[in-house]
Write a protein that binds this ligand. Structure first.
Ligand code: GLV
Length: 327
């Protein structure tokens, strides 16, 4: 039997590339930057599977270009808003993703962002780097306290819940909003379910943990920022488009809110002339919340194994559309 054919759209940990190449004829995109659309479509022609990233749009056009033999799309990320899942399901293509293995690492990082935003860590670092540190001053770099403050979590999924767990260590008052109330999780950690408006009004920190869907696109815009406290910090490690950046710029510039700390932007990468980059109260890092050595290794393993399972006609370890097995 000839080996199945796969395209891997970026380097992952080498041991898992080796694993894939033992099972399949693998073509690997070795550049640091993503393949262009036309290269992605060309390279994927005739493949049985693809290991892809959130920068690759996997839509009907891609599936047409790949051809009817395409069995599995294995995404190395927990989010999959770049994949047209209903279309994949209609075509009986299994879609894999990498949940769970990144939950704690992502929550650690999001909490670090929260603290950095609250305590001006990036602005202080820049000040020292620029040689501006002349003295200890009672009124310099005053931040907002984290301990005892109210944390509002939007989206009580796996990462949202781990944020809550971390917040208990800082004696924070935790409130959350989600389309589904999670009384099961409320048994484990003291936290209160509130409506979205109440969350915006009462939180000292608003941390976003929703999926990106048409409903959550620009969930945070002018009207929402106006409801927040002038001392509040917005933290976003979900997806960039959940926040309307033009509105965020106005809110930060006019001091409607106090600061923002973002791991994700719209678009990514954020253009170097984006006005948000001119603000000292806006900390932006390049979408790295899951980037620890151990977690990226685990994500590589899971994405590789999902790809192989899909090629071998086995259920994926973590599948977005398990309906394909019952079609
Ligand atoms: C990264 O953003 C992911 O979805 O894993």
């Amino acid at each position: 039997m000839p080996k199945p054919k796969v395209f891997v759209s970026r380097k992952i940990f080498p041991e898992y590339l080796d694993l894939i190449s033992r099972k399949a004829n693998m073509e690997l995109w070795e550049d640091e930057l993503p393949p262009s659309r036309s290269i992605l479509l060309k390279k994927s022609k005739g493949v049985d599977g693809i290991l892809c990233l959130l920068t690759d749009a996997i839509d009907a056009e891609f599936m047409d270009a790949a051809g009817p033999q395409l069995k599995v799309v294995s995404q190395i990320a927990v989010g999959y808003n770049n994949i047209d899942v209903p279309e994949a399901t209609r075509r009986n293509i299994a879609v894999g993703y990498t949940p769970d293995v990144l939950t704690n690492t992502t929550a650690d990082f999001t909490f670090a962002l929260l603290m950095a935003g609250a305590r001006k860590i990036a602005a202080g670092y820049k000040f020292v780097q620029e040689g501006k540190w002349e003295t200890w001053h009672p009124l310099h770099f005053l931040g907002q306290d984290v301990y005892g403050a109210t944390l509002g979590i939007v989206g009580m999924g796996r990462i949202g819940f781990e944020m809550a767990r971390r917040a208990t260590g800082f004696n924070m008052n935790i409130i959350y909003y989600d389309v589904n109330r999670r009384t099961d999780l409320e048994q484990q950690i003291p936290m209160k379910y509130v409506d979205f408006d109440t969350l915006l009004k009462e939180s000292d920190f608003v941390s976003l943990h929703t999926n990106l869907t048409p409903e959550t696109n620009h969930l945070m815009s002018d009207a929402q920022f106006r409801k927040m406290k002038p001392t509040a910090v917005l933290v976003n490690a979900s997806r960039g488009p959940v926040v309307d950046h033009a509105a965020l710029y106005r809110a930060l510039k006019n001091e409607t809110i106090w600061a923002a700390a973002l791991d994700v932007t719209e678009p990514e990468p954020i253009p170097s002339n984006d006005p948000l980059l001119t603000l000292d109260n806006c900390l932006i890092v390049p979408h790295i919340a899951s980037a620890s050595v151990a977690t990226r290794r685990e994500m590589s393993r899971l994405a590789a194994q999902n790809l192989i399972n899909g090629l071998e006609g086995k259920e994926l370890l973590t599948c977005v559309n398990p309906e394909v097995y019952h079609n």
